[in-house]
Design a protein around this ligand. Structure first.
Ligand SMILES: NC(=O)c1ccc[n+]([C@@H]2O[C@H](COP(=O)([O-])OP(=O)(O)OC[C@H]3O[C@@H](n4cnc5c(N)ncnc54)[C@H](O)[C@@H]3O)[C@@H](O)[C@H]2O)c1
Length: 357
């Protein structure tokens, strides 16, 4: 893992365009890149009330903060053309499985058409030298035999969210093969599939750890879905550091040729049942829960990723154990309650992460 000075050497003054910068991962990424001295340009819908983007006040430190819809190709293109970014992280999406059952068409338009819009825009922009399209661990066709999925395994999505991200993978692959094989963007575009991310500042609904933090903070009972489901849990810093490594390698022409999808999942020890997470946090914080029976929406029972390609070819690995990730999330939550500024907590956790603590 690079130290702070090495990271700054590359990222300082780089022009970075982030879609979805007002969301959970996008705000963490903006805070990190801002700390490393990059010029960060964000393009997203306005932030949700009181989310990490608002709490961190990172807006004031961005080179440009654009509120726009990813479906609006004209606005997207005008801004990319004006900014001339060198590196693009595409995170804008409707990222929730349950919302995708409620609003399938909107999920598909945002995730699929939104990504196609971005790929279409960069065809004619020569400044761009590295692009990451963020998808998910949920793109794999579920195999009943408890499989651990590698990048070349078959894709397939049951719920509309997963299906939309499978379509994102397919469209990106098609654009790479059809338009970027002979362009300056050859070997400079990847899709990246990470696991279930946790960390301070996630206030999304229907996600386990944010739901637990709300139950703690509001002294309300947690409604728990699917306690036996297994997920590949990881701290948000783990995939974000992976994104930085891939983006830099692509920029420097230093990436494995013709390999353009990466799993960035946690190690096997982080594959845990939902109920294990609840019980662990209950040892540290006070809250109670009830299990919801007769679930309306189907969610995948087991999801496990094989990230050995990232380990071998990128020298990336998931660094924080599940329990360290949970401890840091609980700490984030209690510090914010004490009035510590959100951006400062995120920066300190990032520095601790890269300094190996
Ligand atoms: N958080 C996780 O556990 C997880 C796991 C796997 C993959 N992902 C992926 O990572 C990315 C970021 O997820 P997140 O957890 O930060 O989600 P989030 O909901 O916190 O953020 C989503 C971002 O996308 C933006 N957005 C949504 N619709 C848009 C539109 N039509 N036009 C422009 N911007 C739009 C929002 O404004 C926000 O900035 C997503 O692509 C998601 O699918 C997340």
């Amino acid at each position: 893992m690079e130290n702070l000075n090495d990271l700054k050497k590359f990222w300082k003054k780089k022009k970075i365009f982030i879609t979805g910068h007002t969301g959970f991962k996008g705000t963490w990424l903006s805070i990190i890149l801002n700390l490393l001295g990059s010029k960060v340009f964000g393009y997203s819908l306005p932030p949700e009330k009181n989310n990490l983007f608002i709490k961190s006040k990172i807006k004031n430190e961005l080179s440009s903060n654009i509120y726009g819809n990813i479906k609006d190709i004209k606005k997207l293109k005008t801004n990319i053309k004006r900014i001339k970014p060198e590196i693009i992280f595409h995170l804008a999406a409707q990222p929730l499985v349950i919302d995708s059952y409620k609003h399938p068409l909107e999920t598909i338009k945002t995730n699929v058409i939104g990504t196609a819009n971005l790929l279409e825009c960069i065809r004619s922009i020569r400044s761009v030298k590295s692009v990451l399209i963020i998808t998910t661990d949920k793109v794999y066709k579920i195999d009943k035999k408890n499989k651990i999925y590698s990048e070349l395994d078959q894709l397939g999505g049951y719920d509309p969210y997963s299906a939309s991200k499978v379509a994102v993978e397919t469209i990106t692959d098609s654009y790479i093969k059809s338009f970027f094989k002979t362009s300056i963007l050859k070997n400079k575009i990847s899709t990246v599939r990470a696991g279930n991310v946790i960390g301070g500042g996630d206030f999304s609904k229907d996600r386990l750890v944010p739901d637990i933090m709300r139950a703690i903070n509001n002294k309300k009972k947690l409604s728990l879905r699917n306690p036996k489901n297994i997920r590949p849990w990881q701290h948000v810093l783990d995939p974000l550091i992976g994104y930085l490594i891939i983006a830099k390698k692509q920029f420097n022409n230093n990436i494995t040729k013709n390999f353009h999808s990466w799993n960035l999942g946690p190690s096997k020890n982080n594959f845990k049942r939902v109920i294990n997470i609840v019980k662990y946090i209950q040892k540290k914080e006070k809250f109670s829960f009830r299990i919801i029976q007769n679930q309306k929406f189907k969610e995948t029972k087991i999801l496990r990723l094989n990230s050995s390609n990232a380990k071998k070819k990128l020298k990336w690995s998931n660094k924080w154990s599940l329990y360290k990730a949970l401890d840091e999330t609980i700490k984030w939550n209690s510090q914010i309650k004490k009035g510590v500024p959100a951006k400062y907590i995120c920066e300190q956790q990032f520095l601790m992460y890269i300094n190996n603590n």
